[in-house]
Design a protein around this ligand. Sequence first.
Ligand code: ZN
Length: 411
Amino acid sequence: MQLNDTQFNLLRRSMKRAKAYEGNLYSKKYKDIDVDGIRTQEDFESLPFTEKSELRDVYPLGIQAVPDEQIVRVHSSSGTTGTPIIIPYTKQDVEDWAFLFARCYEMAGITKEDRVHITPGYGLWTAGIGFQLGCEKLGAMAIPMGPGNTNKQLQMMMDLGSTVICATSSYALLLAEEIEKRGIKDKIKLKKGVIGSERWGDKMRQRISSELGIELYDIYGLTEIYGPGIGVNCSREEPMHYWDDFIYLEIIDPETGRVLPDGETGEIVISTLRKEGAPLFRYRTHDLSRIVPEKCPCGSPFPRIDRIIGRSDDMIKVKGVNIYPGQIEDVLKTVDGVSSEYQVLIDHVNGKDVMTLSFETSPDADKTLTENAVTAAFKTKVGLTIVPKSVDMGELPRSEKKSKRIIDNRF
Ligand code: ZN
């Protein structure tokens, strides 16, 4: 998808500001780049990518692009691997984010009448507060629960008649199972779920959706680019509309950095068009998806990306074969009697990689048959022979945080 004139103008204006702000990452990075000279798609695509490590290197506030008096808030990305990244926001950035998030709720058919039960965490995280900002902007009732304390979650859900649940997919599943277990489904008024922040498969989707009897929507976003709320799917189809009046999105080959044609799967790269506090250009998200070239039947003019199929850094190489978590789920969903929960264990035994795939099977399924079917499907679709391990439903760990499904013991 090519840059249009409006996007070009916004980008150049934003790049010039960042470059001119002393101490900003781009004042050095773009030192030898003539921003006014960026006129064609080719010019733009010749600009260097911005890597997450560069944002870490300028910790704490080296991506700030306006004076302190204009900054009203900071957020931080999870520092799972060392130094966190701090993202400063201006008043306008916060308003823009609320506007975009409200647009997501609207796209999902949520209205002022709704009562929105928000379970993602609050604090330095962008999660909870983003769901809340958008909800208030829309005019719906926010119920700011935050994560954890399942008893209280369910009590409030019943007492207040929450109609929308916002959660990670694992937590939504945990709540769905708990509602089922306690037999309180008739007291729950949920109609829709807005699910964010991690890759999740069709089987999990079906289970949450059918156990709770709700419509599910995927919301996309990352702390570095506002937070959740830069895209969501509509009620018609799975791919997510994204807001191209605020971001420009490219798909690249994660190995070579080449921009891929629309429709091909690769890594999402995002440039902010209007962000003031911390503008980013050609930022590598490491999320894997593709631009969906077809127009959506809903008629929305906003372009679309497919559901996230994984992270380019989650790619694992086993016996020389590249595997993404998304592929594993795609294989499992083809086998009857197999649930969405799985765990991968990779070992190095006698000079060879061994991949053990554990998955949950329904009580009426024959374990040996499902194991054979999964092995065969994996061999056909991914080209790798695995060791299958069928376990009972509920045996694999659930988590309120992002599930850690792949355990690599080789290194
Ligand atoms: Zn649509």
